[in-house]
Design a protein around this ligand. Structure first.
Ligand code: ADP
Length: 266
């Protein structure tokens, strides 16, 4: 609590009383702490790739350039780290736009089956390269919902990308189902899984179960946080179930109400 005391003078030099203001600053302190933690996280995340780019380019300039193989190897690292920086900055901008409420969602009717198919074909090659099977399980007809297609595509990309990154072998399946009110997107994998104690914090910015592994996988620690914001922007919700060593299942529930209203009007 912050205390503010202002004396009230009686006019003849004596003090007649005082105004005491008590401010409850705990919420303000909490927000302030979150903000500075965020800045510290961002700085740390930016510094890691920058240090690598600087270090490896300096070594090249200092003479390693003479060796062709080393040059190639170091340039590859510099390239990968620059990619990571780009990825990080893109995710940060995206997140800050969504969190500030400045993101306008462009809702329109779309077939979620098509969106799933597109995401799967985008990742199929990458999955095959690491020996994973990636497939979609779709209902026979279209699943129409009123969504911002680009954003929901991003949700799928983030979830499928993670599933591939954290699954050493086995399969990743994207399933689409629907009820009268909702469309449900499920991304399940047979990967490393997530310990129960980490699940409650999983959707927080920069939260990672295994920092070293997540970095190697090229992650920014922002993917799931973006997923949550986008889904909540659609008045939906996202859940996760996981078992260490067995795999994880992420489910995205999206209301279709608007689609129903349109169909009723048709
Ligand atoms: P990152 O960019 O690090 O993948 P995310 O926000 O997308 O960040 O995910 C946060 C953390 O959640 C990851 O670092 C990882 O520890 C864990 N995680 C996410 N998806 C999976 C998954 N399918 N299997 C196992 N762990 C996962």
């Amino acid at each position: 609590v912050e205390v503010n005391i202002t004396p009230i003078s009686s006019g003849n030099g004596t003090i007649a009383g005082a105004v005491v203001l008590l401010h409850d600053v705990s919420e303000w302190r909490r927000l302030e702490r979150m903000r500075s933690e965020f800045v510290a996280n961002v700085s740390h995340e930016l510094r890691t790739p920058i240090t690598a780019v600087k270090g490896f380019s300096e070594t090249l300039l200092d003479g390693a350039l003479e060796d062709r193989q080393t040059t190639r190897q170091f340039l590859q690292i510099i390239h990968d780290e620059s990619e990571r920086l780009t990825h990080l900055v893109t995710d940060l901008l995206e997140l800050s736009k969504i969190e500030s409420g400045h993101t306008v969602f462009h809702h329109s009717f779309a077939d979620l089956s098509k969106l799933v198919e597109r995401t799967v074909s985008r990742y199929i090659h990458q999955a095959e390269q690491v020996g994973l099977s990636l497939r979609a399980e779709l209902p026979p007809g279209p699943v129409r919902a009123c969504i911002d297609s680009d954003r929901i595509a991003q949700v799928l990309v983030n979830l499928v990308g993670n599933a591939i990154a954290y699954t050493p072998h086995g399969e990743v399946v994207v399933t689409l189902t629907e009820t009268a009110e909702e469309a449900v997107l499920t991304v399940s994998d047979t990967g490393i899984g997530i310990p129960a104690e980490d699940l409650p914090r999983l959707f927080e910015r920069f939260y990672r179960v295994d920092k070293a592994r997540a970095r190697r996988s090229g992650g920014t620690g922002l993917g799931l946080s973006i997923v949550k914001h986008i889904v909540e922007g659609h008045h939906g919700h996202v859940t996760v179930e996981s078992q260490v060593g067995a795999g994880s299942t992420f489910r995205v529930f999206l209301p279709k109400q608007a689609a129903e209203a349109e169909e009723a009007g048709e």
